[in-house]
Structure formats: C-alpha cells, structure tokens
Write a protein that binds this ligand. Structure first.
Ligand code: SAH
Ligand code: SF4
Ligand code: F3S
Length: 444
C-alpha cells in the first residue's frame, strides 16, 4: 500500500553498541524536528526505524523477523526504515526481500533522513548507504534535554581490520569529530542536565583534534578540557584499543579526578598466535604492560575487556591461555562472545572453523571465570565509601539506582533526585549490583 502522507508518530529501536544508541537518539531528534512525535508506549507508530547491528550472527535474520512482527492485524505495516550496520552491509538485499521497507539508511547517512522521508512518503523506496566525506554530525540537530548520564560520540569508524570484524566495512574509516564541535556539544549536554558524559568511539582513544590554540591534542587533552566544565561531575570513555593507549591517556587516569577509574580495553584472546591471526597487532605482554601502567597511575582502576572464544584454529591449549590471562588480570567485568563468521571478513573463510559444541564449552568456562572475578571485585568493594551518581528510581518504594565510580550498579533508599551526586557506604554485593546506605548528598 503506497504511503501518501508524512507520518505523525515514530519509534526508533536501536540494537548493538552505544554508538548506535547515540545515533538512534540523534535520529529521533531529527524526526522530532520534522514535527513527528514519539509514539506513546504500547501504541503503534506510523514510522519505525530499526537501527540495526551486524556484529554477530543472525543479525540479518533478526531484522527480517522484526520487520515481520511490525505487520498489523489488518495486514498493513508502518513506514519502515532500516538503519545502522545491517543497512550498510545488506541494504540491497533488504530492499529486495522486504517490500514493507521503504528506506534503507547507512550509519553515515542519517542526516539525509528528513529528505528520504519526504520521498518515501510520496511512495518511493529510497536507499542511502553513502559514506560522504563531510560528517553527518554537523547536520544533526541540537539536543534539548538530557538525563544525568549522556553519550557523546567523538570518533567513529575503524582502520584496524581485525580479521573477524565487520565494523571497518559498516562504519568506514576512522574519523575524529572536530574539537570545537565536541566542546560545544558537551557544554550543551551539561546545560541540559548531564552530569556524566561518556565519550564514544569504535576506537575512542584514536581521537585527535586541534584545540583552540591550534595545538594537536589526543583524547587525554580533550578529557582535560571537558574536566574544566564546572557542572560536569564525571567523564568516561569507551571503547579503546590497546594500540592507541598513549602515555598521556594513561597518565590522565592518575591526574584528572573527574575521569572515572574504569577502563574498558578489549583484548579478545590470551594467546599471541591467535592475536596475530586476528590481526590485533598487540601481544598478550604488551596488553598486560598497559594495564600495569594504568594500575600504577590509578591503583583502584576497574578493568573491563572483550573476549572471543573459538576463533578459527584456536586450540584447547590456546584457549587455556585466555583463561590464564583472565586469572592474571582480575577483571571487574567483561563481555565474552562465541566467534561468529561475518560475511566478507577474512576469518570467515579461514580453515579450521571451530565446532559449535566446542565454542559453547569454552564460552561457559570463560564466563564462569569472569563471573567469579566480577563477584570478587564487587565483594571487595563492600565497606567502602564512595560517590554515586543517581540515575533513576528503583523498583521498590523510595529506592534509587546509580553507578559507583567503578561503574557498578548501586541501589539504596533515601530522599534524593536523579542527577544528585551522593555519598554512600557499600553494604552487600551481588554479581550485578551492590546495596548501599546513603550518607549524604554531595551536590544536588
Ligand atoms: N572496537 C572495539 C570493539 C568493537 S566490536 C575493539 O576493538 O575493541 C565489540 C566486540 O564484539 C569486540 O571487541 C569483539 O569482542 C566482539 N566481536 C566483534 N566481531 C565479532 C565476531 N565476528 N564474532 C564474535 N565477536 C565479535
Ligand atoms: Fe572491529 Fe578490531 Fe576495529 Fe574493534 S579494532 S572495531 S574489533 S576491527
Ligand atoms: Fe553493531 Fe555496528 Fe555497533 S555492527 S556493534 S552497531 S558499530
């Protein structure tokens, strides 16, 4: 059925990484600027944007089943736009297979959404998966309000080409957003309520820019400047790559109080042969040395990482090396995945793909070790006094939720508001959260 008018309500559903969440929020603002309202909870939307992720298996299948589920009882469908990394990788196939999809928009083309929407509303089907030289960010609208915590994408894309990964293909080359734009956006976020900003990038620590004095600076320089915004209480960054961990950034962890003691530094595997086959261009030792330096600067730092089990050719002994690395580091939390062959990546056609049952067993063993360490990290926090940034109400009456400096979820009861920075005593630790007693409000 051809659509003949501009939709009145929209819903954006984002999957995948935090950068996709950031992009999804920006698209929502762009649609709101066109006079389209968010669909009320539980009600159908006239326009649905599926902001997809392609990182692991069944990404495309999931998109097709999501599209199917949007079909209404009377057989009609909302206006569907497929955005994000699956749109970039498989846009043409989606257009061919799913007639209800009217727009396919790649991650670097969001700023064209309003124009595409006009065309789609006139009955056309439109695809834009270009990666224009000028970035989309400049064209996106200004943000109006923010919760206590906000994301700010500072860098996008990846030039590293790990042999298993689609990101360099779906997001394009590494691009740093200009320094001035970031300072402006950070200030606006803070004015509109943000007290914590998480700087985002596929390789966030590869960010580089020119400051107001014309000097070239890295992520540490940017963090230092942001720390000068008085009402901004906390700064975090993710995801960083071991090869872009500069001395300056390591030192920043000991020097900038607003930079939270948390580092997410993916390693993927604990064996040098596997790392080489992955094209990670760091070794187990060079990775451990970085962690040691960061710990020297900031002894209480909470460490996090990403792991892949069952990369093609990974032997039992090589997998054991991953467990040894985990034991050596003592992570506060981690993400771990079964290797998933991605179309178009070198690893997908490597010999010795690992059997699913072997991957299952390895993942179980790895996750048991990681869960053990996560609980140990949380348990070691009990008795400590720390600040918590209050984010939202909990399930129980009077209960509030927030994060510790080490990114642990903390819950407590008391008279506070979202956005308050409060001091608490950590009382009892579980694997995923810690209960606490409110001591005082630091800044309301
Ligand atoms: N740029 C970041 C990570 C981006 S993707 C980095 O290099 O650290 C997030 C995580 O997904 C990766 O760290 C990796 O652990 C996982 N991942 C990426 N491709 C994968 C694949 N083909 N199969 C399984 N896990 C994958
Ligand atoms: Fe993917 Fe590797 Fe780039 Fe991370 S560094 S986004 S894992 S290619
Ligand atoms: Fe997924 Fe694309 Fe992010 S593949 S993890 S949404 S960069």
């Amino acid at each position: 059925m051809p659509v003949t008018q501009i939709p009145k309500t929209y819903r954006v559903k984002s999957f995948g990484c935090q950068m996709n969440v950031y992009d999804g929020d920006r698209m929502a603002e762009l649609l709101a600027e066109q006079g389209i309202s968010p669909a009320p909870e539980g009600e159908d939307a006239d326009l649905v944007v599926l902001n997809t992720c392609h990182i692991r298996e069944k990404a495309a299948e999931k998109v097709y089943s999501d599209i199917g589920r949007l079909r209404r009882e009377d057989g009609s469908s909302p206006l569907i736009a497929v955005a994000g990394c699956v749109a970039q990788a498989e846009g043409e196939e989606i257009m061919a297979r799913a007639p209800s999809v009217k727009m396919v928009v790649g991650p670097q083309a969001y700023h064209r959404l309003p124009e595409m929407l006009r065309e789609a509303s006139a009955g056309k089907r439109v695809t834009d998966t270009d990666m224009p030289a000028e970035t989309k960010f400049g064209a996106l609208p200004r943000r109006r309000r923010s919760g206590p915590t906000a994301f700010l994408t500072v860098q996008e894309g990846c030039d590293k080409f790990c042999t298993y990964c689609v990101v360099p293909y779906t997001r394009g080359a590494e691009v740093s957003r200009p320094h001035g734009d970031l300072i402006d956006e950070a200030k606006r976020l803070v004015e509109s309520g943000a007290r914590e900003i998480t700087l985002l990038g596929q390789n966030v620590n590869a960010w580089t820019g020119e400051n107001a004095k014309g000097q070239t600076i890295g992520l540490d320089g940017l963090i230092r400047e942001l720390a000068g915004i008085p009402e901004l209480a906390r700064i975090r960054y993710t995801t960083s790559h071991p090869n872009d961990m500069t001395d300056g950034l390591i030192a920043a962890h000991g020097e900038i109080a607003k930079l939270m003691p948390f580092l997410h530094l993916p390693v993927q595997a604990g064996n040098d042969r596997v790392l080489k086959a992955m094209n990670r261009s760091h070794t187990v030792d060079s990775y451990l040395r970085i962690l040691e330096q960061v710990r020297t600067m900031r002894p209480d730092i909470a460490l996090s990482g990403d792991f892949i089990v069952g990369f093609p050719g990974e032997t039992d002994a090589e997998f054991e090396d991953t467990l040894k690395l985990v034991d050596a580091v003592g992570y506060a939390q981690c993400f771990s995945f079964k290797y998933s062959p991605r179309p178009g990546t070198p690893a997908a056609t490597m010999e010795d793909q690992i059997a699913a049952s072997v991957m299952d067993e390895r993942l179980q063993r790895l996750q048991a070790a990681l869960n053990r360490d996560q609980l140990a990290f949380n348990t070691a926090s009990v008795g400590k006094t720390c600040d918590v940034l209050v984010e939202r109400k909990g399930k129980h009456p009077g209960q509030w939720l927030g994060k510790s400096p080490w990114l642990q979820s903390v819950h407590f009861t008391g008279e506070v508001q979202a956005g308050d920075l409060v001091r608490v005593e950590l009382l009892e630790a579980g694997p995923n959260s810690i209960s606490a007693r409110l001591l005082e409000t630091v800044t309301a």
